[in-house]
Design a protein around this ligand. Structure first.
Ligand SMILES: [Zn+2]
Length: 292
């Protein structure tokens, strides 16, 4: 899908469903293009709305036939595995358009709130990274700095090539959540407005956690990890605040005996919790955006 304005301007790419079960981003792109009709003032918006059809058809995060994670295969290899060849096609097609920004849309755990993720700046100059950070905050979603380097993602690989890229995690996978589609469409619209490509609009909804995290660079964390096997009972909901040492979850054995109480390691807010109430030693239980 593409939309080109009469006036020249920035080139923005949107990608979605690189993980085949993350369908919310695809619908967000559909909605954005509907809204862009006759309203794109300058520049171009291009998209790959469904980048992993193999995974999509099988309701699978990975490429179903090879079981590879497409978002660990970038920048790809024309003579490599299936995932690497597909990644190569996507990466090169985007890169040769000399884009100003890539927004890669993902969906997270079933119980999660939308947020923006910024990888390490890699090959960007200080001013380019500041502009990317400005774009991320313009989304009006909480902005989380990735603390680990995850190689092979589209955004990381683009940043390695000196191209600005950010990831939006738009709530749960598997099903289309209309509220999150609205939030995601608004978020991209605000970014395009910050780049003077469209006229800005006021946000339609603004939850408490969006107001409280405005302008702050949060740090991503999945700690504490569980250290016991058992059944998890969550004490905090996505979008809620936690303070250091506050209980966030309890793990019980099959007879109902408490095995472990997990405590927040820092002040922050809950981005999401695991899809299943099943715990093993070393398993993540919740993800947090920690306050600076
Ligand atoms: Zn994903």
């Amino acid at each position: 899908m593409s939309m080109v304005a009469d006036q020249p301007g920035p080139i923005v790419w949107l990608t979605a469903c690189i993980h085949g079960d993350e369908v919310g981003g695809t619908v967000t792109i559909h909605e954005l293009f509907k809204r862009l009709r006759k309203r794109l003032l300058r520049g171009s918006v291009y998209s790959f709305p469904l980048a992993n059809p193999f995974g999509f058809e099988n309701i699978s995060r990975n490429i179903s036939v090879s079981r590879e994670d497409l978002n660990r295969a970038f920048p790809g290899n024309p003579a490599g595995s299936l995932a690497e060849r597909l990644a190569y096609q996507i990466f090169n097609h985007i890169e040769k358009s000399s884009p100003d920004l890539i927004i890669d849309l993902h969906n997270d755990w079933r119980k999660s709130v939308p947020y923006a993720v910024l990888d390490t700046p890699a090959k960007l100059s200080v001013s380019e990274y500041e502009h990317l950070n400005f774009c991320a905050h313009s989304s009006r979603l909480p902005v989380v700095l990735e603390t680990d380097t995850i190689k092979g993602t589209l955004s990381y690989s683009m940043l390695q090539s000196g191209i600005s890229a950010l990831t939006l995690e738009l709530g749960e996978s598997y099903v289309v959540n209309e509220k999150n589609v609205q939030l995601g469409t608004d978020a991209i619209w605000h970014i395009l407005a910050a780049m003077d490509m469209v006229e800005d609009t006021e946000p339609t909804t603004e939850a408490d956690y969006l107001i409280a995290t405005k302008g702050k660079d949060l740090r991503y964390s999945q700690r504490p990890l569980s250290s016991k096997s058992g059944i998890i009972r969550f004490l905090k909901k996505p979008g809620s605040f936690v303070i250091k040492n506050e209980p966030i979850a309890r793990i019980y054995n099959s007879f109902g005996r408490l095995q472990e109480t997990l405590l927040a390691l820092d002040d922050g807010f809950v981005l999401g919790h695991t899809d299943a109430s099943l715990s093993f030693p070393g398993f993540p239980v919740m993800a947090f955006g920690l306050l600076p």
